[in-house]
Design a protein around this ligand. Structure first.
Ligand SMILES: *Cc1c(COP(=O)(O)O)cnc(C)c1O
Length: 462
């Protein structure tokens, strides 16, 4: 299996190289050169298997000869051993034909753990074998950073630096990053918003001299291995609900389009997914794009679902690449236009293709709070605000096909919003009860590439 860039001109890589590289050198994102399919029989045979076994069967066709079967199986087992639920991604019923896929049983209480715990294992195994060491730099709106610090802390062959927008992440999110004690893990609080963090990260990847000197590697959802790890739970959930014999739809609270793009890959692999519903908060560029056919950035307005406060949705580029029939030149042109004009129009053919697979909706701040409040008496669930955006949008898509809304975080990760809506302050699970007693450690940094690079070099070469 080989990996190609969405902009068509970067070197073609193996799974291992694509995973360790992150962003392609032409500014694009790596995708598999073809999408493998599983037969109806292979999908049917997943019924009743453990999450780990399904993970092995779904991901195996993508990894080429990077890991032998036995080693890959062991790494998957290690990745999910620290989860607080035997099913890893349990399904609950909310309403008639509406289900909740709980993706918050990992060590940092958000779905990011599914991918990050696995790639921590994959990175360490691959780097140890090569005798190599890398510097991982990530940008976070809160959950990616905590999941990455947790996954990479203490690993021998990795330094990890996380850029987060100062004052714009929840206390739980910040503390999950700043209370990590291992020397190889560094939290950097940037003066700016998430899009600034993501833009500086992209600048670092495009600054080849720096990139090569520190051996920069990326674990944002631009990293293909992360998308791949997230494909698994679409299979485990759909098979529970009767796939491949019965179609299923999913509603996904979306920011950077990584999680929902994993659902698109599952569909292309042969899983009978009828619709993938994009659920946005008030920062609704993806919903507006689906409605109007034009991708136009506006400023970000902070919301109570901060992990979705994004206007430049990186993984949407992967969906565009498919919708433009894998024409890297066309995608590169759109991305140039985005940089120069702040937006672009999508061709009739491409938006038509996107609308065949994706539906969309948005939840205002009032909608989100109202859903958190309503869900407790009506569905017996205390929802995190991101999940509430999904459950709100899902109300317009209920029907004869089972609909699964992804619960992307635990309510205790966003206690202020949950308490404001319900009067109940959700408690952290027992295993992280001392989070607010641990000392914090972080560095402040301006929104300036040179300053950020200097801090990273100081940490790497200390
Ligand atoms: C990251 C995140 C999202 C958005 O996921 P994308 O892959 O960026 O679309 C939604 N909810 C929570 C809780 C998150 O951490």
């Amino acid at each position: 299996m080989r990996y190609v860039s969405t902009r068509g001109t970067a070197p073609v890589l193996s799974f291992e190289e694509a995973m360790l590289t992150g962003l392609a050198r032409d500014g694009g994102l790596y995708v598999p050169s073809e999408i493998p399919t599983l037969s109806q029989g292979e999908i049917a045979a997943m019924a009743g298997l453990s999450y780990e076994e399904i993970a092995f069967r779904v991901m195996r066709p993508f990894i080429g000869d990077t890991f032998a079967d036995a080693e890959f199986g062991d790494l998957i087992d290690k990745a999910y051993a620290g989860f607080g639920h035997a099913a890893r991604a349990p399904l609950k019923q909310l309403q008639p034909n509406h289900f909740l896929l709980e993706l918050f049983h990992g060590p940092t209480l958000a779905f990011k753990d599914f991918a990050m715990q696995l790639i921590g294992q994959l990175f360490q195994a691959a780097l140890a074998r090569r005798g190599d060491r890398v510097t991982i730099v990530g940008a976070t709106s809160g959950d990616t950073g905590s999941a990455a610090m947790e996954a990479f802390r203490g690993l021998e062959n990795v330094d990890v630096f996380i850029l987060f927008p100062h004052g714009r992440v929840s206390d739980v999110q910040r503390r999950q990053m700043t209370t990590v004690t291992e020397d190889n893990a560094h939290a950097l609080a940037l003066t700016g918003d998430f899009d600034d963090c993501q833009a500086r990260l992209k600048d670092m990847f495009n600054h080849f001299e720096f990139r090569d000197r520190v051996k920069l590697a990326g674990v944002n959802s631009i990293n293909w291995a992360r998308v791949l790890a997230q494909v698994v739970y679409y299979f485990s959930a759909a098979v529970c609900l009767g796939a491949p014999h019965r179609p299923v739809s999913f509603c996904v609270p979306t920011g950077n389009f990584g999680d929902i793009f994993a659902g698109y890959i599952a569909k292309r692999m042969g899983l009978p997914i009828e619709k993938l519903v994009i659920a946005t908060n008030q920062n609704d560029i993806l919903h507006r794009t689906m409605v109007s056919g034009g991708y136009t950035t506006e400023g970000v307005t902070p919301s109570i679902s901060p992990s979705m406060d994004i206007q430049v949705s990186s993984n949407f580029e992967r969906a565009l690449f498919e919708a433009y029939d894998r024409d890297g030149g066309a995608v590169a042109q759109l991305m140039d236009q985005l940089k120069s004009d702040g937006g672009f129009g999508i061709s009739q053919g491409a938006i038509g293709q996107l609308r065949e697979t994706f539906a969309s909706g948005r939840a205002s701040e009032a909608d989100t709070s109202a859903m958190i409040k309503r869900a407790l008496p009506e569905m017996g669930e205390l929802l995190c605000p991101h999940t509430a955006v999904g459950v709100h949008v899902a109300q317009d898509h209920l029907g004869s096909t089972p609909l699964v809304t992804l619960a992307t975080a635990h309510p205790a990760k966003f206690p202020d919003a949950v308490e404001a809506a319900t009067g109940i302050r959700p408690a952290l699970p027992e295993r992280m009860g001392d989070l607010f007693d641990r000392p914090e450690r972080m560095r402040r940094v301006e929104n300036d590439l040179t300053a950020i690079e200097a801090l990273i070099e100081e940490g790497v070469f200390a």
